[in-house]
Design a protein around this ligand. Structure first.
Ligand code: PHE
Length: 352
């Protein structure tokens, strides 16, 4: 392009290349495009290089002038490139940030809300029924004293009835005085020690026995205890209460029955059952063809128990009942093995 030895032509070429660079470089849209423009303006086949090559062909007097023009061209183009690079780097970083941006307004995968365990649901339903009948909900400790679990309930030390309950003792205090409660009945004593009649409480809770796990037994299970003490309470009140409770829970088609039994802390003692809810009394595999489902034990509070808590059996009388919650849940929901309730398999639990 440049005619060797022609100063004016070289200067004109640099001037037009500079004009182009001033327009193009600040307008470069990407760092890649800027690199191309820089190479064209300053690289091997650039006007700057050919103008510099032309210097040696000029008369000595003209050489400095073209040399200065080349330097001025190079300085300005370098400055333009540097400014454009800075601008583009900043905006490409911003673009990259934008691409990688986390949109925190997108909802995410969400989480599933849990619900109460099946046994807790039945527990609460039973509480509701008894609260509706005028009972209060009470509770007692799971680590209990011999006095409450046995002695005050009329199981004297060494009494064979203690062997009915395979007790887990805690190594604390006097030997065999601290234990994991084997039933919820100790709450009866705690309540009667604290308040005077009239008393009407239910006490649901966890109990422990030295049982081997099988389909119907677990060393940890749940009971619900009931206690009513007042003047003139009779066996009829107990039977009526159980019947009312069974109706409230299962409807009028389901009734209750009572068989004589024995507990040290009730006299007389009964076992009670309700009509099988599956066959409505006709007999099926759930109720072993009897038409009845065993619920628990009950009876009138033994005079010895009233005496142990400082009540006069001539003045006050009461009834108590207790039954297993897990067992009831197993029957109602057809859960074959009690461990299914407690092994925490979400596929089981989420069905209820
Ligand atoms: N506590 C007895 C048991 O666990 C049940 C029961 C409670 C019996 C209240 C009578 C009165 O077997």
């Amino acid at each position: 392009m440049t005619a060797p030895g022609d100063l004016a032509a070289a200067e004109a070429m640099l001037a037009s290349a500079l004009a182009e660079a001033r327009a193009a470089i600040p307008a470069a849209g990407t760092l890649g495009a800027l690199d191309d423009l820089e190479r064209a303006a300053l690289g091997k086949s650039s006007p700057a290089l050919s103008a510099r090559a032309a210097i040696k062909d000029l008369p000595a007097a003209e050489r400095p002038r073209l040399g200065q023009a080349v330097t001025a061209y190079r300085d300005e183009v370098e400055a333009l490139v540097a400014a454009a690079r800075e601008r583009l780097s900043a905006s490409e970083a911003a673009l990259a940030l934008d691409r990688d941006r986390l949109d925190l307004t997108v909802g995410g995968r969400g989480y599933r809300r849990g619900h109460l365990h099946l046994v807790t649901q039945v527990w609460r339903r039973l509480e509701d029924v008894f609260v509706g009948l005028g009972y209060e909900v009470a509770e007692g400790p799971e680590v209990e004293l011999d006095w409450y679990n046995f002695e005050a309930l009329n199981f004297p030390p060494g009494h064979p009835a203690r062997a009915m309950q395979d007790t887990l003792y805690v190594r604390l205090g006097e030997p065999e005085q601290v234990l994991l409660r084997t039933h919820t009945s100790p709450v009866q004593i705690r309540i009667m020690e604290q308040r005077r009649p009239p008393i009407a409480i239910v006490a649901p809770g966890r109990v422990y026995r030295r049982d081997t796990l099988d389909a119907r037994h677990s060393p940890v299970f749940h009971q619900i205890e009931g206690l009513v003490v007042d003047r003139g309470i009779t066996l009829g009140d107990l039977l009526g209460t159980i019947e009312t409770f069974v109706h409230a829970l299962f409807g009028p088609g389901i009734s209750s029955r009572f068989l004589p039994s024995f507990f040290p802390f009730t006299e007389p003692s009964v076992e009670f059952a309700m009509t099988c809810v599956f066959c409505e009394g006709a007999g099926c595999s759930v109720c072993s063809q009897t038409g009845w489902i065993e619920l628990g034990g009950a009876g009138l509070v033994d005079p010895a128990v009233l005496t142990a808590v400082g009540l006069d059996p001539e003045e006050h009388s009461g009834f108590a009942f207790g039954f297993g919650l897990d067992r009831l849940v197993q029957l109602l929901y057809g859960v074959d093995h009690v461990k299914t309730l407690w092994e925490g398999d979400i596929r089981f639990l989420e069905q209820y």
